[in-house]
Structures are given as C-alpha cells and as structure tokens.
Design a protein around this ligand. Structure first.
Ligand code: GDP
Length: 297
C-alpha cells in the first residue's frame, strides 16, 4: 500500500519519546496529532476527525497509556475501538417483512454513484436468501438506465418492471407494487433517478414517491471515491428524504474509505454493504472492524 502505516508511525513517535523517560499528557497529544493526520489523509471529514480525536484523547489520557510499556499499541487499540464503535460495532442487515408480505425498498443517490448496479446486486443477494424481488425502473430521464436495469435484472434472474419514460416515477412505483402483489414478488426495489448534484427537482421527486408509496427502507448509495463530497451528499439526503441504510460503492478503488467513518457520524445510519467492483457479485457485507483497519492503514 502506498500509505505509511499509522501503527508504524505511532510506534516511532513513542519510541523517540520513551528515550527521554516518562511519558506526559503532551506526549500523548503529540501522538494523537499523527492519528489526526492519518484520518484526514484518509479523507475523513474535519469535523468528524476533531470530535473523534477529542474522544480518543480523553480515553487515552484517563487510561493506561502513560504507564503502558507499549503506548503506541495502546493508542492504536483505543483508536481502533472508537472507530468501530462509531461505525456501528456490528454488521447490519436490510430489514425485510416476513413471508409473502411485500418489502418496498427505495434506492437513492447521485447519478454515477452506482445506484442501478447496486440495485441489481442487492436483488441477487435477496434472491439467494429465498426472496422474490422485483426491480422497478423509476429513472425515466436516462433511457440507458432502464435498459441497464433490464440487462442486469436478466443477469440476476429477477423481473424488472418498467413503463418506459412517459410516466411519473411515483406512478411507476405504485404500479410496480401492484405488479409485485399480482406476481408473488415479496420485495420491490425502486431504482430512482439521480442527478449530478443534489437539486430540488430530484428531492421533490423522491419526497413525492415517499409520500405516496409506503417505503419500508430507503437506501442511499454513495461513491466512496468522492470522499468529503459523499459526506455532504449523505447529510442532505438524510435531512430531506430520510435514510435507513447506506451502501458505499467503489471501495475496490484506492480510496482509504474515510467516507465510511464520516457518513456514519453525519447521518447516524448504518452502512449495510460495500461495493467492491463492477460485477454483480461484487457486493460485500460491511464489517466496521475491517473498515477501521483499512482507514488507519
Ligand atoms: P447510477 O447512475 O448511480 O445508477 O450508477 P451506475 O449503477 O450506472 O454506476 C456508475 C458506474 O459505476 C458504472 O460504470 C458501474 O459499473 C460503476 N460501479 C458501480 N458500483 C461499483 C463498484 O462498487 N466498484 C466499481 N469499480 N465500479 C462500480
């Protein structure tokens, strides 16, 4: 990996400090500066880093770091624990209704984030759990999006509901739910339209769907490569639409994934899955501990 390991860096800092005898609070603070830099380098947002360092510092100074024979490792352990805590401690599943009851999932996010691809990826996961998903093409602005969903749905062996471009997304969503009920599908996944930036039309369209269709889960898809922007976008979607879970895509790229930490902190919502490639099988469960190690390097 191109990044210098934070563990190595901290161990060096403490080794140098050790040679002068006892450690002081200032020494711990100096070491935490390295942690701060590492997190900023990993693209965790500044506000989140500041709060995070404060929490770690309180724990570190109140604890055994000053006496520890291995202060570097003790600090790393605290940092790691706090990161995992912030990202949700455990894996979270998409919550589904039992049996034949229909769960309606709305996928939201900016254009290019990976929404359409992820919709098909999720359908595959649900199918392998014994569910019968129906994908609904509600992105009427990009004819390619409808086609893409159809092709991916076919690859996954799941039905795709489409009414072309001549209908309002809210009406397509309603019709999709009726279609699901008639055809024995028990999950409907709405692939909604994104835009290049957050804009009012997009938000209004999503609000209209949410007000007229009983959405059980709203899942936000964000591109991990966009770093700080991803966090701002997530904050806006959470505020305007409400988000139940997040999927972070393109983690197969060379981003450290700091967005994972910030998004969780900013929205308070769990990350459900991570996208690890363009193939429809490239969707993995999100493990906070693995993510913490990746961000720390
Ligand atoms: P949408 O506009 O949000 O629906 O985005 P798309 O699903 O069309 O995806 C945009 C591009 O990102 C496509 O080229 C996808 O193949 C790609 N993509 C989606 N998810 C991932 C991922 O996890 N990793 C990588 N490397 N590419 C992805």
């Amino acid at each position: 990996m191109a990044f210098e390991s934070l563990t190595d860096k901290l161990q060096n800092v403490f080794k140098n400090l050790r040679s002068k005898g006892r450690l002081t609070q200032e020494d711990v603070k100096a070491a935490l500066k390295e942690v701060k830099l590492a997190l900023l380098e990993a693209d965790v947002s500044f506000k989140v880093v500041k709060q995070f360092i404060k929490t770690v510092e309180e724990r570190a100074i109140g604890q055994d770091v000053l006496q520890s024979l291995t202060p570097g490792q003790t600090v790393i352990k605290i940092v790691n624990e706090e990161m995992v805590h912030l990202m949700g401690s455990d894996t979270t599943e998409i919550s589904l209704k039992p049996g034949s009851e229909i769960t309606i999932i709305m996928m939201i996010g900016l254009q290019g984030a990976g929404k359409t691809t992820t919709t098909a990826k999720i359908a595959g996961k649900l199918k392998s759990k014994g569910k019968k998903p129906l994908l609904a093409a509600c992105d009427i602005y990009r004819p390619a999006a409808i086609k893409q969903l159809q092709i991916n749905g076919e690859k996954q062996g799941v039905d795709v509901f489409s009414m072309g471009e001549g209908h309002k997304p809210v009406n397509i969503a309603k019709a999709a739910v009726e279609h699901a009920a008639k055809n024995g599908c028990n999950v409907v996944i709405l692939d909604t339209a994104g835009r290049l930036h957050v804009d009012e039309d997009m938000m209004n369209e999503l609000v209209e769907i949410k007000e007229n269709v009983e959405i059980h889960q709203t899942i936000l898809v964000v591109d991990a490569m966009t770093g700080q922007d991803a966090v701002n976008v997530a904050g806006m979607f959470e505020e305007k639409i409400g988000v139940d879970g997040v999927i972070l895509t393109k983690l197969d790229g060379d981003t450290r994934g700091g967005a994972a930490l910030s998004i969780r902190a900013v929205t308070g919502r769990p990350i459900l899955y991570v996208g690890m490639g363009e193939k429809l099988s490239d969707l993995e469960q999100f493990y906070p501990d693995r993510m913490a190690s990746r961000i720390l390097g």
